[in-house]
Design a protein around this ligand. Structure first.
Ligand code: SDX
Length: 426
């Protein structure tokens, strides 16, 4: 049997044959790149629900099983047994680091976490209260002016250096964006602190880098907070060809600077249908206010004439529990006493989940909680301001975006992204 599919045009009885390419895991693809040449027609796929845009060996998702793997390793193992930096190394190098490799990688990122002093002036240009996502996108694009030599890179060591630089600097850019939004002086990264701790330090420290020593003198960055944030970064690290990664690959396909591709990814992620959902979930839980109001909002989410949607529910790929949501739910349970999670918000979230998972509307559409449904309650308990939720998604996802960017550049024969249309004009 030939590994192909034949399509017949019933208007003319003409048949057209297309090659099937098999995956190492998951669905095969039908190569329709000759479809227009053979048939004179385009295929149409709103939102690319059935379209593969590339080959990749970075991340695998099985939406029916609720399975997620980075470089073949399941997310549950990575989130519980490895640090975020080890996961960054895995994504970039296709293997987990040994102790020495991890130490070198960590030290390099610490040294690269500083921003050029001139960038401070860029932040000053924004009004206080500016949403950190807008500042993050602008500042990341501005980095391209400092590393212009990276416009024409073509070898692995250049790619890896450019990747380590942007991964290292994103927490600093995000922290500076936040500090500016509240009119507070910047806190420079402290190279004696690890990745996640340093981010909390840059958010919380007082001028001069003094940490407020809680009323009992305890250090105000707890180990449990560092571990929780590190896990959250890992869960957000990559996710196949989602909307923002597709945006990054689109910019990569024109040959623009990698840091403006990441900036475009940040912009795409901001939308509440995508990464911005984590901020919207908390706003929605606060708007619902009490478990007595949940039924009313579930009814609104089901009403076809009401554009209200349950933020944090549903997913293009997961038609089962998002495995990242499961890890976060477990983390919520683990942290609820230590970090005094907001029990009212948790009760409302659990009530929504309980009703939605037993309601025909959600069951028939296979709408389950996604990663954004649970991250907000934990981030709130980490005293992270809501406006910083999506920037935290950016810090986690930067490694995924830059790894996908490198894969695009290294894949032979990748073409500029340029879809066609169904013209319905005059
Ligand atoms: C992320 O793609 C990724 O991998 C993204 C991400 C990543 O790591 O990169 O996983 C991160 O973006 C997670 C998703 C965060 N977004 C939200 O939580 C926003 C709320 N969810 C939706 O807007 C929606 O579910 C999407 C955008 C996530 C998915 O949209 P799809 O796949 O295009 O599905 P759809 O909009 O066509 O909806 C199918 C049906 C519709 O009903 P009918 O028209 O068939 O009657 O399900 C309904 C929708 O109305 N529906 C919802 C709903 N989500 C879908 N109804 C109520 N509440 C919702 N949240």
């Amino acid at each position: 049997m030939k590994n192909s599919i034949t399509i017949t045009d019933n208007r003319t009885n003409n048949s057209y044959e297309f090659e099937i390419k098999d995956a190492t895991r998951g669905p095969s693809v039908v190569d329709i790149s000759s479809f227009y040449a053979q048939t004179g027609m385009f295929t149409y796929d709103n939102g690319f629900t059935s379209t593969a845009s590339c080959t990749s060996d970075i991340t695998f998702i099985d939406g029916n099983k609720g399975e997620l793997r980075y470089r073949g390793i399941e997310i549950e193992e990575l989130a519980t047994e490895h640090s975020f930096l080890a996961v960054c190394y895995l994504l970039l190098n296709s293997k987990l680091p040994n102790e020495e490799e991890l130490l070198d990688f960590d030290l390099e990122l610490r040294h690269r976490s500083l921003l050029h002093e001139n960038l401070r002036h860029l932040f000053q240009a924004f009004p206080s209260g500016a949403h950190p996502m807008a500042t993050l996108s602008a500042a990341t694009a501005a980095l391209a002016t400092f590393y212009y030599d990276h416009l024409n890179i073509s070898d692995e060591s250049d790619y890896q250096e450019m990747a380590r630089r942007i991964i290292a600097k994103m927490p600093t850019i995000a922290a500076f964006a936040y500090r500016h939004s509240i009119g507070a002086p910047f806190i420079h990264p402290d190279i004696d602190r690890g990745f996640a701790e340093n981010f909390l330090y840059m958010l919380r420290a007082y001028p001069g880098g003094k940490m407020h020593r809680g009323i009992y003198g305890e250090y105000t960055i707890k180990e449990i907070e560092i571990k929780a944030l590190d896990t959250i970064f890992t869960l957000h690290a990559d996710h196949e060809q989602n909307a923002s990664t597709t945006t990054v690959r689109g910019v990569a396909s024109t040959g623009a600077h990698p840091y403006v591709a990441i900036s475009a990814g940040i912009s795409a992620l901001w939308g509440r249908a995508h990464g911005g959902a984590n901020e919207s979930v908390i706003q929605q839980l606060e708007m619902i206010g009490s478990i007595e109001n949940v039924d009313k909002f579930i009814a609104r989410a089901k009403d076809p004439d009401d554009d209200f949607r349950l933020m944090g529910f549903g997913h293009r790929v997961y038609k089962n529990f998002d495995p990242r949501a499961k890890v976060l739910k477990g983390l919520q349970e683990q942290l609820k006493d230590e970090l005094k999670l907001d029990s009212n918000l948790m009760q409302i979230a659990n009530k929504i989940e309980e009703i939605a998972l037993n309601d025909e509307y959600f069951i028939s559409r296979k709408l389950y909680p996604n990663i954004d449904f649970y991250s907000g309650v934990i981030l709130t308990a980490l005293k992270i301001p809501t406006s910083m939720f999506t920037p935290i998604f950016v810090i986690g996802r930067t490694v995924g975006w830059i790894t996908q960017w490198i894969e695009f550049k290294k894949t032979k024969g990748m073409k500029i992204t340029r879809p066609r249309q169904l013209y319905i004009g005059k």
